[in-house]
Design a protein around this ligand. Structure first.
Ligand SMILES: Cc1cc2nc3c(=O)[nH]c(=O)nc-3n(C[C@H](O)[C@H](O)[C@H](O)COP(=O)(O)OP(=O)(O)OC[C@H]3O[C@@H](n4cnc5c(N)ncnc54)[C@H](O)[C@@H]3O)c2cc1C
Length: 260
């Protein structure tokens, strides 16, 4: 099994996340950056499959120079090698471009059987990359997976949505996205952290992938953020004193808010 895991470095959920004034893209410098937790689970699932079936796990990431920290974390968990697409021209890339670049980067991994991604990144939150990738690569897609196994060239997956569960099979190679229910990711061991320093990371530019700088980045995005404002702080709630008429006061309040 040759498995590719897509990992994204995102601003830590505990840091303040904001957009730059200049072009309204994510201000990566203002926040601590971490390997997205959903991608830790994607790496864990790849490692579990590798333990069961053998093979190799390759991490693929598109991101600026500092994304190497997220890549090293995935390698310290146990992944074998990595492909890092890093190029100034990628700044501000939209979902379609990101998927196009990732598809090209996956194409550099010889004989891959399975691509595992998170279902949704915690910053962009498009939840669209895995589906677009499957389309670009011409592969079956199984998204929102909470349980996964492989038997003789076929993946068997439990897909969970708000409507219920679906049990899906697809021939390999395929693209899978996982939810937070898939597993509990392992912590990198000290040995794993030391070993990760020596694992191969191939750094590629847009040109290395056969793409032109004009095809990617903010200028090539199909949509742009024109304006952004922080969420207003929560206002204090309204306190209702009950002097026997509390129920009516609450009902009046809810009617006033058009909630009932
Ligand atoms: C401030 C801001 C402004 C934005 N403006 C726009 C805009 O105007 N138009 C627009 O179309 N998009 C915009 N985006 C979305 C941005 O382009 C996406 O973050 C990016 O393209 C990938 O989408 P996503 O992270 O939402 O992916 P999702 O589809 O939510 O990610 C699912 C999974 O795909 C994989 N994945 C995603 N990105 C990567 C990556 N870089 N490297 C490796 N694996 C990855 C991971 O496994 C991830 O768990 C904006 C994002 C931000 C933060």
């Amino acid at each position: 099994m040759n498995i590719v895991v897509l990992v994204k470095q995102v601003p830590d959920t505990w840091s303040e996340r904001k957009l730059t004034d200049a072009d309204h893209t994510l201000d990566r410098e203002s926040a601590d950056a971490v390997l997205d937790e959903i991608n830790e689970r994607a790496v864990e699932e790849a490692l579990l499959l590798q333990e069961a079936h053998g093979g190799e796990v390759t991490v693929v990431a598109m991101g600026p120079g500092r994304a190497t920290d997220a890549i090293r974390k995935a390698l310290s968990m146990g992944a074998d090698k990595a492909v890092h697409v890093s190029d100034e021209s990628l700044h501000g890339s939209d979902v379609l471009t990101t998927a196009k670049v990732l598809a090209k980067a996956i194409g550099t991994v010889e004989g891959f059987d399975l691509v595992i991604a998170g279902n949704e990144a915690t910053d962009g939150r498009a939840g669209a990359i895995p589906a677009i990738l499957a389309e670009l690569l011409g592969l079956p897609q199984v998204t929102q997976v909470r349980k996964l196994s492989v038997e003789g060239g076929v993946i068997k997956a439990e897909r969970e949505t708000d409507e219920g569960l679906a049990f899906i099979e697809a021939n390999l190679p395929a693209v899978v996205s996982v939810t937070e229910k898939i597993n509990e990711p392992r912590y990198p061991s000290f040995k794993g952290i030391m070993a990760a320093k020596k694992k191969p990371v191939s750094t590629l530019t847009v040109a290395d992938l056969g793409l032109d700088a004009g095809e990617v980045g903010l200028g090539a995005a199909w949509s742009q953020v024109l304006e952004a404002a922080p969420k207003p702080p929560r206002s204090a709630g309204q306190r209702v004193e009950d002097s026997g008429d509390g129920g009516s006061k609450i009902a009046e309040y809810l009617v006033g808010q058009k909630l009932i």
